[in-house]
Design a binder for this molecule. Structure first.
Ligand code: SF4
Length: 317
């Protein structure tokens, strides 16, 4: 008997080719969505993928700011978000007025904006970054130049530590990643003393200090593949465990937190992906004036030659 998941996946595949659509999934999406997607990756990889696709429709299985970025990069394509309530706690912590207030206080500073932000906030920034290229973006700014880093204070603190650069940090954070506690992680480490800990930069500094590697979501996947360890502790949103287990069937992945899921990422379901293609909903449209300004900040990031970019381009070839 064909399971309902397999039946929905088949309907999605049929509609996908009728609509000339591509399905992009973030690493945090539920397993059935990752399995039906044409590509699964982190924010940076998905941005390159969206920019390069010749599909007419992009079903973006992630959250609103990611679909907005795809819509900005692909103004002639239809970008669909399966559930329009898929927001991001971090991106909602900063407004255009907040950026303007920081600029008024530091008029000479360059504003580096983590991609987890609205198009309107990107439009008021100088250059974007993702968790995989933030250090390179910071290093590209002349040393005597003041930098404002928005909105994630924990990614910002990690990059300051990596680069030795002082920055003015906005006080935003990811509500899911800050729930990962060093005390809970210590207990898990004591039970699995040989397992390396791979953490996301959105975790707090005490969690970073207990970690063996701090990477973007796809960086965690690469590190897991390269690791000789058979058990690995993972400090990021649990959706990534599906991909990790699929790519490394001989390894065991232990979540650093069992209650830190991102509610926004998890509102998308396989059924909603199907309905999205059936009804062509919910189309994400960015105000053209904001899109032009935000695109400048995104383009400055994407034009940088980084190992991550080369990897993404090789991926897409
Ligand atoms: S995990 Fe955190 S940063 Fe990522 S979408 Fe969810 S709330 Fe936003």
């Amino acid at each position: 008997m064909v399971s309902s998941v397999a039946r929905i996946a088949r309907q999605i595949q049929r509609l996908k080719s009728e609509r000339k659509a591509v399905i992009l999934s973030h690493n945090y999406q539920v397993g059935p969505i990752q399995d039906v997607a044409d590509f699964v990756g982190d924010s940076l990889e998905l941005s390159y993928k969206a920019a390069a696709t010749d599909a007419e429709v992009i079903v973006f299985c992630g959250v609103h700011f990611m679909a907005e970025t795809a819509a900005i990069l692909c103004p002639t394509k239809t970008v669909l978000l399966p559930d329009r309530s898929a927001g991001c706690g971090m991106s909602e912590m900063i407004s255009v007025e907040d950026v303007q207030a920081l600029r008024a206080l530091h008029p000479e500073a360059v504003v580096i904006c983590y991609v987890n932000s609205s198009a309107a906030v990107k439009a008021k920034s100088d250059i974007c970054c993702t968790s995989s290229n933030a250090a390179q973006v910071v290093q590209s700014i002349p040393e005597d130049q003041e930098i404002i880093f928005i909105p994630d204070q924990h990614l910002g603190a990690h990059v300051m530590q990596q680069t030795g650069r002082q920055m003015i940090l906005y006080n935003g954070y990811c509500p899911s990643h800050v729930r990962m506690m060093a005390s809970e992680l210590s207990e898990i480490i004591s039970v699995h003393p040989d397992a390396p800990v791979f953490a996301h930069p959105e975790c707090t500094t005490p969690v970073h200090l207990l970690s063996d590697g701090i990477f973007s979501t796809s960086g965690i996947c690469t590190a897991a593949q390269n690791s000789q360890a058979t058990e690995i502790i993972v400090a990021t949103e649990s959706g990534i465990l599906h991909r990790l287990s699929k790519e490394n069937p001989d390894k065991t992945f232990i979540p650093a937190c069992s209650w830190c899921d991102c509610a926004h990422m998890k509102v998308n379901t396989l059924e909603k992906v199907l309905w999205s293609l059936e009804e062509m909903q919910y189309a994400i449209v960015v105000d053209p004036e904001i899109a032009v300004q935000a695109r400048q900040a995104i383009d400055r990031m994407m034009q940088m030659s980084t190992p991550e970019k080369e990897k993404c381009l090789a991926f897409m070839a």
